[in-house]
Design a protein around this ligand. Structure first.
Ligand SMILES: *Cc1c(COP(=O)(O)O)cnc(C)c1O
Length: 217
């Protein structure tokens, strides 16, 4: 697979869903990938990337930014409050806002910095114990709480359970977004991004289909 093939499949999925072309943002998930693979995609002119760990992002993106302009970095993994400032300095978007304590920390830092990345509230649509995300029945209240803190919440994010039909989770996320008047839907990965686009994804997070398999960590 390659970047251009994925872009072609995205365009086809947009068309099939009756959506205007170019409305789905592809986040190229570069976590754990060797630098030469990431650089090859940068060389092709691509600028939108995702990382799931602040530490790892801080270790490689400042150097890439010295050589490539206008990189947009999305944090898609869990965020500890003590890394919030670093995440806000590095990233244009954070997809993993999932608890009041983190929301309050982001709000305080946003005030202090006078700027805040775009935020997505992560919803644990599968209600899995080990997974991050606010529970679906608490999502409305949490979104309201974030808004009361003046946080720029642009949408919702989910990671469906591995052994379940992802479409059910995408549909649930879309429903929660709609009733909260949120436009952004961060959903869909290498194996299911076309289904996500059919159900309204605005941001898809695709790693291995672009860069190849990751080393296991
Ligand atoms: C790693 C990761 C992805 C990308 O997964 P692929 O299956 O490689 O496309 C997407 N979203 C999150 C939150 C991830 O951690």
């Amino acid at each position: 697979m390659s970047l251009s093939e994925i872009q072609k499949r995205i365009a086809q999925a947009e068309e099939k869903a009756g959506r205007p072309g170019g409305t789905v943002e592809l986040i190229a998930v570069s976590k754990v990938q060797p630098n030469d693979r990431v650089e090859a995609v940068l060389e092709q002119g691509y600028r939108c990337f995702g990382e799931n760990r602040v530490q790892e992002a801080a270790g490689k993106w400042p150097a890439f930014r010295e050589h490539f302009d206008d990189i947009s970095l999305h944090l898609i993994g869990p965020l500890q409050t003590n890394k919030a400032r670093q995440a806000m300095d590095l990233c244009q978007a954070i997809h993993s806002v999932d608890r009041p304590k983190l929301a309050k920390t982001l709000a305080r830092l946003a005030q202090e910095r006078g700027a805040c990345p775009d935020l997505f509230v992560q919803v644990n649509t599968g209600e899995e114990e080990q997974k991050a995300g606010i529970m679906p029945e608490e999502a409305d209240r949490f979104v309201a709480e974030c808004r009361a803190l003046d946080l720029p919440v642009v949408g919702l994010m989910c990671i469906p359970p591995v052994d379940e039909e992802p479409s059910l989770h995408f549909a649930l996320l879309a429903k929660i977004a709609e009733r909260n008047d949120l436009q952004g839907l961060s959903m869909g990965m290498s194996g299911d991004f076309e289904q996500a686009i059919a159900l309204g994804a605005t941001h898809i997070r695709v790693g291995s289909a672009i860069f190849g398999e990751r080393e296991k960590t």
